[in-house]
Design a binder for this molecule. Structure first.
Ligand code: AMP
Ligand code: TRP
Length: 329
């Protein structure tokens, strides 16, 4: 069985972009692949976090993994810090990543360009840790949203570099970026990605948003004056974004079908249909979330997950250290 691995940072609440771009696919893949899904709590401290808020987000994040349909009997679900070898291999990866490579990473460049102050070394070297997360499990595939593709490509380069220098150590992984929904945009500014760190909350639908609030966000999404439901990212980015959401929540209904369904109808009617789909999806997730958060399933899931993941990861770290001559044998 091919192995798949992915992670999400527990910074803030999970949102519809996380669900459509990543989480939904983890769930779809769990039957077909050996799925490892973790909470990237080392990655999240690359930006400042409020400790009590982070702690709550961790629990919510696991609960939402489960509420979205990840099954702990099929997938291995764990916290990154519960598998200590991630950080150790991350350091080794860092020592093999060139500054030129890190300088090319768009996420870091974007933050630098915005003149954000107090950016840390952790943020800069984050892609090396992400490479370790993936390579330590010999993952075949990494399902991610568009913004993470460059990091998985760096991971491939690092795997090849190690294999060339030290013998066959790592599987070279492939990123899996879905055609629809890999980059859900903000509802209030469709030129920006829907993001937890959005300046205003209006553009971002959180999975735990009150349904009325979520509906209102969709109904007030920025569109255009062309009055035509058509997939055209350049001229109609807002409508195209809503079409992506609608398609993805309707079993990937093709855009042509959506165009036909809403031909001659106003944006109000289309937005209402999108809002219905979003609320339907959120309602199912939120009902499951309520059951999960009151049970002890989170604790047992994480214990079981950490044990299983550590067995694979610790062995790989040992192999790597031996290959690099770092152990006395
Ligand atoms: P993050 O919240 O940055 O840890 O992202 C977790 C996963 O969700 C990654 O695979 C991202 O690529 C994906 N993701 C985040 N934001 C979006 C978005 N707006 N649209 C699609 N995928 C996203
Ligand atoms: N960097 C990813 C993000 O911001 C999270 C992540 C960390 C990840 N390690 C990973 C995703 C390994 C896939 C595989 O979304």
């Amino acid at each position: 069985m091919k192995r798949m691995l992915s992670g999400i940072k527990p910074t803030g609440q999970l949102h519809l972009g996380n669900y459509i771009g990543a989480l939904k696919h983890f769930v779809e893949y769990q039957d077909e692949y050996e799925m490892l899904a973790f909470i990237a709590n080392l990655h999240c401290i690359t930006m400042p976090q409020d400790p009590s808020e982070l702690q709550k987000n961790l629990t919510d994040c696991v609960a939402l993994y489960l509420a979205c349909g990840l099954d702990p009997n099929k997938a291995t679900i764990f916290l990154q810090t519960d598998v200590k070898s991630h950080a150790q291999l991350g350091y080794i990866m860092c020592c093999h990543t060139y500054l030129g490579e890190l300088n090319r990473m768009t996420q870091f460049k974007d933050k630098m360009a915005k003149n954000e102050t107090n950016l840390t070394g952790g943020l800069y070297t984050y892609p090396s840790l992400m490479a370790a997360d993936i390579l330590i499990y010999d993952a075949d595939y990494v399902p991610v949203g568009e913004d993470q593709k460059q990091h998985v490509e760096l991971t491939r380069d690092l795997a090849e570099r190690f294999n060339h220098k030290y013998g066959d150590l790592f599987k070279v992984p492939e990123p899996l970026v879905s055609k629809v929904g890999a980059r859900i945009m903000s509802l209030s500014d469709p030129s920006k990605k829907m993001s937890k760190s959005d300046d205003s909350d209006k553009g971002c639908i959180y999975l735990l948003d009150d349904l009325k609030v979520a509906r209102k966000k969709v109904m007030s999404a920025v569109t255009d004056s062309l009055a035509n439901v058509k997939y055209d990212v350049v001229n109609q980015p807002g409508i195209s974004n809503l079409m992506q959401i609608y398609s993805s929540l309707s079993n990937d209904l093709p855009f042509e079908e959506i165009e036909k369904e809403f031909a001659g109808k106003g944006y109000g009617e289309f937005k209402k249909a999108v809002a219905d789909k979003v609320c339907e999806t959120l309602e199912i997730i939120q009902n499951r979330y309520k059951e999960i958060i009151d049970s002890n399933i989170i604790e047992t899931t994480l214990q079981q997950g950490a044990k299983k993941a550590s067995e694979i990861a610790d062995k790989k770290l040992d192999d790597v250290q031996k290959a690099l001559g770092m152990e006395i044998i």
